[in-house]
Design a protein around this ligand. Structure first.
Ligand code: MG
Length: 382
C-alpha cells in the first residue's frame, strides 16, 4: 500500500489509542460467522456498515411507513430517514462517550431492517397471521434479514456481519439465546448497542412529535399537556422571544433532542465511571445496562411515550389508514399460504428449511408498502 494511505492495522491502533477502555474496538471483534480475510483499508465495523447500506432491505426502507402511511407527505419520516437520524444521534453520543462510532452507526442503520410494511398496524397484523406459527417481532426479523434473508454472497446466506453488530440487533431477552464463543451468557450488549437503542427512542420521540404537528393531528393545547414538550417550549420562548411558527416548532423539537442527548451522555458517563468497567466484556457481564437517562428524564419519557400512543399512533387519521392497509397485508399473506407459487424464487427455496408460514412471513415482512398494495391489487383486483 502507498505510504500515505492508512491501513486497517493503523486504524485499529488509532482506535486503541483514542477510544475509552470499555469501547468495543474493531480489532478485538469476535469476527464473523463465516470467516473472511480482513480488508486492507477498512475496519471490520466499517465493513459491517457498508454491507448494511448496500443491502436491498436497507433501500426498501425508503418505501416503508414509519408512523404515517408512506407517501402521504413529502416531509414525513420513512423507515429509512428514521434510521439515518438514529445513526446520526448514535454517532454523536458514541463520540462524546469515547465509544466506537462505526459500530454504533452500523447497529443504528440496521436496527429497523426487519420492520413489516405499514408501521405498527402492519407488525400487529403480521404477528396475528403468525400467531400459531412462532409469531412475528421486528427485532427478531432484523436479525433474520442480516443472518439469512439478504443474499449478497455465493457461499453463505445473509450479510455475515460481525458478532458485535449482530449482538446489537438482539434486543433484551433475545440476548440470552445468542450463542457466544464459549459458553458464557451475557446480560448486556456493548455500550455501542445500548446507546443505539436509546438513540432510536430519542429519535422517534422527537420526530413523531414533529411529524404529528406537521400532519396537523396535535393541537397546541394537547402538546401543552406533555412535560417534555412544555419544558422545551418554555426554554425556546425564553431564548428566542420573537420566534414565530413554523420556526418555533422546529426550535422546540431541536431543544427536545438536545435535552435528551445531553442527559443521556451525562448520566451514562457517570454510571459507566461508577461501574468501574475497564473493557467491553466487563460491560457485557454487568447485571444492568449502563447507558441510561436520569431517573427524572426516564419518567418524563414514559409519559411522552404514553402521550404518543394516545394522541398519535392511534389517532384515527393514522391508525385507520394503516389498519385498512394491514387488511391488505392479511389478504396477501393468506393468498401466499394457499398458493406459494406466487412467492419469488428465493423465497420458494426456503420453504423446506423454514416452513411455509415463516417463509411467507419473511417475504411479506420484506415488502415495501407500495409493493404490497400492488400485489394486493393483483390478487384481489382493484
Ligand atoms: Mg427504530
Amino acid at each position: 500500500m502507498d505510504e500515505s494511505w492508512k491501513t486497517r492495522a493503523q486504524m485499529e491502533a488509532a482506535e486503541h489509542a483514542a477510544l475509552a477502555p470499555y469501547a468495543q474496538k474493531s480489532g478485538d471483534s469476535r469476527g464473523r460467522q463465516h470467516s473472511e480475510a480482513s480488508h486492507p483499508y477498512r475496519t471490520e465495523f466499517q465493513r459491517d456498515r457498508a454491507r448494511i447500506i448496500h443491502s436491498r432491505a436497507f433501500r426498501r426502507m425508503e418505501y416503508k411507513t414509519q408512523v404515517f402511511l408512506n407517501g402521504t407527505g413529502d416531509h414525513l419520516r420513512t423507515r429509512l430517514t428514521h434510521s439515518i437520524e438514529v445513526a446520526s444521534i448514535s454517532r454523536t453520543i458514541a463520540r462524546a462517550l469515547g465509544l466506537n462510532e462505526d459500530l454504533a452507526e452500523a447497529i443504528a442503520l440496521a436496527h429497523d431492517l426487519g420492520h413489516a410494511p405499514f408501521g405498527h398496524s402492519g407488525e400487529e397484523m403480521l404477528a396475528e397471521c403468525m400467531r400459531d406459527h412462532g409469531g412475528f417481532d421486528h427485532n427478531r426479523q432484523s436479525v433474520r434479514v442480516v443472518e439469512l434473508l439478504e443474499t449478497s454472497y455465493p457461499n453463505f446466506p445473509g450479510l455475515n456481519l460481525t458478532f458485535e453488530a449482530r449482538e446489537g440487533l438482539r434486543k433484551h431477552q433475545l440476548l440470552y439465546d445468542f450463542p457466544t464463543p464459549g459458553e458464557e451468557k451475557y446480560h448486556c450488549p456493548s455500550l455501542e448497542a445500548q446507546l443505539a437503542d436509546l438513540a432510536d427512542e430519542i429519535t422517534y420521540y422527537s420526530h413523531d412529535l414533529d411529524d404529528a404537528v406537521d400532519f396537523e393531528i396535535l393541537s397546541a393545547a394537547q402538546l401543552a399537556e406533555n412535560e417534555v414538550w412544555r419544558r422545551s417550549d418554555r426554554a425556546v420562548r425564553a431564548r428566542y422571544s420573537g420566534a414565530l411558527q413554523p420556526e418555533l416548532h422546529k426550535l422546540i423539537i431541536r431543544n427536545i433532542i438536545e435535552n435528551e442527548v445531553r442527559d443521556l451522555i451525562a448520566t451514562s458517563a457517570k454510571s459507566v465511571a461508577q461501574s468501574g468497567v475497564q473493557s467491553a466484556d466487563q460491560v457485557r457481564r454487568q447485571p444492568a445496562r449502563l447507558i441510561r437517562y436520569s431517573d427524572e428524564l426516564a419518567e418524563a419519557n414514559r409519559a411522552l411515550r404514553k402521550f404518543l400512543y394516545q394522541n398519535v399512533y392511534y389517532h384515527p387519521r393514522v391508525s385507520e389508514v394503516n389498519r385498512r392497509a394491514s387488511e391488505m397485508l392479511r389478504r396477501v399473506f393468506e393468498e401466499y399460504v394457499v398458493d406459494p407459487d406466487r412467492l419469488g424464487d428465493g423465497a420458494t427455496r426456503r420453504i423446506e428449511s423454514e416452513g411455509l408460514h415463516r417463509t411467507v412471513c419473511d417475504y411479506v415482512a420484506g415488502m415495501t408498502d407500495r409493493y404490497l398494495m400492488e400485489e394486493h391489487e393483483r390478487i384481489a383486483g382493484p
